[in-house]
Design a protein around this ligand. Sequence first.
Ligand SMILES: Cc1ncc(COP(=O)(O)O)c(C=O)c1O
Length: 277
Amino acid sequence: MVYLNGNFIAKNKASISVMDRGFLFGDGVYEVIPAYQGKLFRLDAHLQRLQKSLEAVQISNPYTNDKWLETLKQLLSYSQSDNQSLYLQITRGADTQRKHSFGSLSPTVYIESNPLIPKDKITLEQGFSAITSSDIRWSRCDIKATSLLANTMYAQNAKKAQVEEVILHRDNIVTEGATSNVFMVKGNTLHTHPANTHILSGITRDLALESATACHLKIKELGFTTDELLGADEVWISSSTREIMPITQIDNRTINNGKVGHYWACVYNHYQQLKND
Ligand SMILES: Cc1ncc(COP(=O)(O)O)c(C=O)c1O
């Protein structure tokens, strides 16, 4: 079951116009919201970011927060899985002809829900690999836009290299992952790129910072170089579906001799508590 423009229908019955600007231009924004035990996690933060993305691309929010809550809850109720990941996308809508500029259109709203199976601690403790790559994306990565051509290329490269993530750098400064935020621990300090227009301000990034503070890490939201990344004591990536994941190998070089660090273990435990609050 999926949601499309006011209707709950079977996925194979859902269709949109070929004139939809989401299809023609990737002209839309999206959110991914986790739900644990049927409860939407940090919904307000996701809806706030959705509002910011919509405003940045001049699409008016088609629903109130109450309507979003009601719709998301109803979609959740159709699934048997305890934990789900909700994908919602709003495109500018369908026009009558293909032209880059736009007038006033009725936005297309699509939502689907998929089972969310976070990796367990034992699996995470084995650590994950990443590769680095130059960040070729545009300069408004703070907008959660559906136009993700660069990100799909990175994902394909990660698949080929059999690694978990591609860590991006702009002018040699680590920005974020292709689908995640990136952190490094050096000594007792956690470093991560500031939440400016070069990264998506992840909801999990905020939670990771909250957990890191609880684990007595100092926080430095400042850029760091790829060399500093490779020399870090710990590297983590974060996203709503992956939570906080330890990276122990980057470009065939090991981080902390390939061992997951103790700060990660503390942050992992704290994050699990936040999920259950
Ligand atoms: C480029 C990028 N950065 C960061 C994130 C993490 O955001 P969040 O923690 O809100 O899932 C994502 C998630 O998909 C992403 O695509």
